[in-house]
Design a protein around this ligand. Sequence first.
Ligand code: GTP
Ligand code: MG
Length: 197
Amino acid sequence: TKLIEAKFVTSAADYRKCPPAEKPEYAFIGRSNVGKSSLINMLVGNKNLAKTSQTPGKTQLINHFEINKKWYLVDLPGYGFAKAPKGERDKWGEMIGDYLVNRENLMCVFVLIDVRHEPQRVDLEFLDFLGEKDVPFYLVFTKADKVGSVKAEQSVESFKKTMLLSWTKIPQYFITSAERRTGREELLKAIEELNLS
Ligand code: GTP
Ligand code: MG
């Protein structure tokens, strides 16, 4: 597989302070601790690029990484962290909501879902938000190494079924493990295709 050149660019609290919107960009989002930063590191092959932690709430700002000088990967803070004070949660909603709605070069959002869990209300509500705002997204099921492949498929089916209660179609989705590098080629290929579109 091709080598990837990845460079940290900025951490910003506001989409207006992000790098110039001149290259296509892909943002990773999902609940706190779902594995966003780990997945970015897995894609670029550098365990130390995005900061990860066992404790939820590690990523706090909008982090831009420039890839092969041509596009951006964006690591975002997680949502749904029950222990965060309400003021923090409101701030998250404003910062990330503004970014998702206003960032002109945002091609697609990758919404990460922990494959171990039953469909979570907070994830479904977040998808509804993206739908309302017409933000294109793909689904990425994470931590597949923690369950067997049968359980992973069941979990995905269950998520799809729940989603179909309010959606007419299911977006493209990926089953991944940052630990085992599962799904890497598929994700990079999807991004490559969007870069060309
Ligand atoms: P916040 O920035 O706090 O929102 O979290 P995050 O979504 O960026 O999660 P992060 O990448 O920091 O990972 C959280 C924890 O899950 C860390 O302990 C990771 O090592 C672990 N983790 C992430 N991906 C995987 C995976 O694919 N498999 C396993 N087994 N653990 C994973
Ligand atoms: Mg993170």
